[in-house]
Ligand binder design. Structure first.
Ligand code: SF4
Length: 367
């Protein structure tokens, strides 16, 4: 008798998970999700990537999937799930020493209703709960770092807008005064010149997460010019007090004689503490950065769900909200649009009503 290979079994298991998820989605029709959190700016513009677009949220609520999950997507989701399991296992073991427990996402779901009665559900990743009286004291949202560019953003101290939006939604709904958005990277990412522009300098904040190469520029033994010699960290540190600018064009040679150049990013864990002040979210990178304001507000999140819920129950001719604007947490525009990676990008600019949107999405889903 021949048996399937492990590879074949894994592929089949992935497909089973995709099918199971699709079935589960059918049970949640006409419900809006915390996982697709969005917000409206004061002038009514949706803010965030395509996943935070009210039009996409509408289609998901009525069961039209314009971006079917592929096996490769599921591999990525599994990576996120595996990340959560080990992360909360470690946190729970340490928190138990304080007499506390960690609630899993099944144990702390959130549910609320918009003013037209539409249900909004969510599942925070983890909530730390004191066992003495069961009072939730701190919420947690965990995200995996699965690319060099995400690792670079974390290095820059930049949480992702949609992650902070989702965390704010849960923080508000759980009535928690304190929340933490954590990024964990379990890989070693080799950097490149472009990414290195954003990496911390040797000795600066977060530089403990970086492996550096150390160099000294020395005169060539034969001929003119300089040559780059690898040195140890100790030699680099010994050279620093006398480090001097090299008298050569910047375009041709680096500026300093002794250099520490990022080589790779180590496995790491970076967390952003969150609080709500006058209805708006502020964050600080732990352990001790200053608080930074964001454009994310509770009211903006509420308005997003109200607008999407109105669209959901509205007539076929209901007017659509504008296309979203892709922003960072400080409100500055990103250098790529929200719609760039959305399958409806070529159709949306001419679509004006709910009926037209559903027709275009159904055509896409049928392909
Ligand atoms: S193309 Fe843009 S506006 Fe249209 S559904 Fe996608 S994200 Fe929303």
């Amino acid at each position: 008798m021949s048996y399937p290979t492990i590879l074949e079994l894994h592929a089949k298991g992935l497909q089973m998970a995709i099918d199971e998820h699709a079935e589960h989605e059918q049970l949640k029709l006409n419900t809006l999700r915390g996982g697709s959190s969005g917000m409206l700016s004061p002038d009514g513009t949706p803010l965030g990537p395509d996943a935070s677009c009210p039009r996409r949220a509408l289609l998901r609520a009525i069961g039209i999937n314009i971006k079917p999950t592929e096996v490769r997507d599921q591999i990525l989701f599994d990576g996120g799930l595996a990340n959560e399991i080990k992360f909360y296992e470690r946190v729970a073991a340490a928190w138990a020493e304080y007499g506390g427990e960690v609630l899993s996402e099944e144990e702390c779901p959130t549910t609320w209703y918009t003013s037209n009665g539409t249900k909004v559900t969510g599942r925070p990743d983890g909530v730390l709960v004191l066992t003495k009286d069961g009072t939730p004291v701190r919420g947690s949202e965990l995200k995996g770092v699965f690319s060099l560019w995400r690792a670079r953003d974390v290095m820059e101290g930049k949480p992702k807008f949609e992650h902070m939006l989702q965390s704010t939604h849960y923080m508000w709904q759980l009535g928690l005064a304190s929340y933490e958005l954590t990024y964990v990277s379990r890989s070693i990412y080799v950097t490149n010149d472009m990414a290195n522009r954003y990496m911390p300098q040797y000795g600066a904040k977060l530089s403990e997460n970086i492996n550096y190469y150390y160099y000294q520029w020395r005169p060539k033994k034969r001929g003119d010019g300089l040559t780059k010699a690898r040195i140890t960290e100790e030699e680099y540190l010994a050279g620093l007090p006398n480090n001097r600018k090299l008298d050569v064009p910047r375009s041709k040679w680096p500026e300093w004689e002794f250099q520490a150049v990022p080589a790779s990013i180590k496995p790491m864990c970076v967390s952003f503490d969150m609080r709500i002040v006058d209805g708006a979210v502020e964050y600080r990178q732990l352990p001790d950065s200053a608080w930074t304001k964001t454009v994310i507000t509770i009211d903006g999140i509420r308005q997003y769900y109200e607008a999407t819920a109105d669209l959901l129950v509205g007539p076929p001719g209901a007017k659509l909200p504008p296309e979203p604007t892709n922003v960072d947490v400080d409100g500055s525009r990103k250098n790529y649009g929200s719609c760039n990676y959305c399958p409806l990008a070529s159709k949306c600019p001419t679509i004006k009503t709910k009926q037209e949107l559903i027709k275009a999405a159904e055509e896409l889903a049928d392909k």
